[in-house]
Design a protein. Structure first.
Length: 190
């Protein structure tokens, strides 16, 4: 990967528990390899417990609490998946506000697996083409998205993928969109 994110701060929003570890660590590594500065943002300070599907994996230190930051502090946002992760996040108003701000400010967002549940909660999927873990298809369609079953989908600054099996394509497209900066059409849905 090229060094096209040189010095850019990229937020990774995760809940205190339930994040699928590989969906955090692989995009994190891709951002670092591209020269970016990833920061772990959560709804509370301390550390977060990642998962390998249903088994506990590693813990990771939180850099910032979501209530203390906004989209102006970052150039882009990555939303790792895991079933419990977005379910916990979407019940936190600061987390929902934070996600919505990236769309209002036209900044790139990348979401994988179950993470698009946060996009539904932030009301930013209407009229957008995207993918996710297949069990979210009905939720996303009901929220007005054009859901497709593809490895990776890019829709004007929004990158989505289905599962850990899609991580290579997801990471490549996420870095590409993050490096492009603001996307004029990346705004909240109408």
């Amino acid at each position: 990967m090229s060094d096209n994110l040189s010095g850019l701060r990229i937020a990774f929003l995760v809940a205190p528990e339930g994040t699928e570890q590989v969906e955090l660590t692989e995009p994190w590594r891709a951002v670092q390899e591209a020269g970016g500065q990833p920061e772990l943002v959560s709804i509370q300070s301390g550390s977060v417990q990642a998962m390998n599907h249903l088994d506990k994996a590693d813990t990771f230190s939180v850099d910032k609490v979501v209530g203390d930051v906004g989209a102006d502090d970052y150039e882009g946002l990555v939303l790792p998946g895991g079933v419990a992760n977005p379910d916990m996040l979407r019940r936190n108003s600061d987390a929902v506000r934070f996600v919505g701000e990236f769309f209002s400010k036209q900044k790139p967002v990348a979401a994988i697996c179950h993470a698009p549940w946060m996009l539904v909660e932030a009301d930013v999927v209407r009229g957008r083409r995207l993918t996710s873990y297949p069990s979210l298809a009905t939720d996303l369609r009901n929220a007005g998205a054009d859901w497709v079953d593809e490895e990776v989908v890019v829709d004007t600054g929004l990158v989505t993928s289905r599962s850990p099996g899609d991580l290579r394509a997801f990471c490549d497209k996420a870095v590409e969109e993050l490096s492009e900066g603001k996307h004029r059409q990346q705004a909240r849905s109408a």
